[in-house]
Design a binder for this molecule. Structure first.
Ligand SMILES: CC(C)(COP(=O)(O)OP(=O)(O)OC[C@H]1O[C@@H](n2cnc3c(N)ncnc32)[C@H](O)[C@@H]1OP(=O)(O)O)[C@@H](O)C(=O)NCCC(=O)NCCS
Length: 272
């Protein structure tokens, strides 16, 4: 759960003081193990606070050792990330400082949540998922294995992203040219689903409850409830919030299996 950066710093600290303060280093090791293994929020919080005050005491005892002083604010901000809510992250997942993760969210093996990203409650991130800085996810977002969401991507509530779907944030990348200021945004609307292995070219909005078929390549705006398939993705129909096809009649009216009425007007489908 601890980021590589803070892990390395704590390791350096242990190596530096191992000979002079073996008991202290041993204590720190035990607490760090307990911290990493703690499954309950309260438990993690209390061990984290113990480690922080211990680091402060050690810095004082070592006459305000600059190296320890450098670790304390890092530990403090990490602690905020790791203890603010009751989420689960597998021990192999890496969560950077200042990432905000909502209650009941689960983050599985080898996933990496980068700084300043934010996700809501009850999200589920599979194996090998990368959430880049500043990416925002709503509540109940499900992301299957091997998906990287780059800076500029935002997902509203209840978005589903299938395995190995690909996102982009630069339209015309060239290795030799820095294009960080040209990131294009991609907004995935509430309840939308992205099929396995689909590619989303950046700079477009995918409408709410839209459905992107497996393997499609999205290169344009996607209307709400649209079913898109192919390369490049073309609209092949409409889908309701439950993932069933909608078939508007000649007057543009459609009724979902669960009895919800829709109206198609000017190429836009909306719930009545
Ligand atoms: C798009 C999808 C929902 C369509 O399912 P469906 O409504 O049962 O549609 P059908 O299988 O009857 O296919 C309708 C047409 O679309 C085509 N089609 C279906 N899926 C397609 C796809 N992924 N790409 C391109 N065309 C596709 C079919 O070949 C068929 O074409 P035709 O009318 O010319 O014969 C489904 O194929 C799909 O891609 N689901 C995503 C699955 C996924 O990625 N899950 C991730 C989690 S495991």
């Amino acid at each position: 759960m601890l980021s590589e950066k803070i892990k390395n710093r704590l390791l350096m600290l242990q190596n530096t003081y191992l000979e002079r303060r073996p008991d202290d280093v041993l204590k720190l090791r035990v607490w760090l193990d307990q911290f990493e293994q703690a499954t309950q929020l309260e438990e993690r919080k209390s061990i984290g606070i113990t480690i922080e005050s211990y680091l402060k005491d050690m810095a004082k005892a070592e006459e305000r050792d600059a190296f320890i002083f450098q670790i304390i604010p890092e530990w403090h901000s990490s602690l905020y990330t790791w203890t603010q809510s009751d989420f689960f992250s597998h021990p192999t997942a890496i969560i950077d400082e200042n990432a905000v993760i909502g209650d009941q969210t689960k983050i599985w093996h080898y996933s990496h949540i980068m700084s300043d990203s934010k996700m809501g409650t009850a999200c589920n991130l599979g194996q090998n998922v990368v959430i880049s800085p500043k990416v925002k996810l709503g509540n109940r977002v499900k992301i299957q294995n091997n998906v990287s969401l780059y800076t500029g991507v935002q997902c509203e509530d209840d978005v589903f992203i299938g395995p190995s779907a690909v996102f982009t944030n630069v339209l015309n990348p060239r290795s030799a040219i820095i294009r960080k200021s040209e990131f294009r945004e991609t907004l995935i609307g509430k309840g939308a689903s992205i099929g396995a292995n689909a590619t989303i070219v950046c700079g477009h909005r995918i409408g709410k409850f839209a459905f992107i078929a497996a393997g499609a390549v999205v290169t344009s705006e996607v209307p709400d409830y649209a079913l898109m398939a192919g390369v490049p993705a073309r609209q092949i129909g409409w889908m309701d919030a439950e993932g069933n096809r909608l078939f508007p009649d000649e007057n543009g009216k459609a009724v979902s299996q669960s009895g919800i009425n829709f109206q198609l007007e000017d190429g836009k489908l909306a719930e009545l």
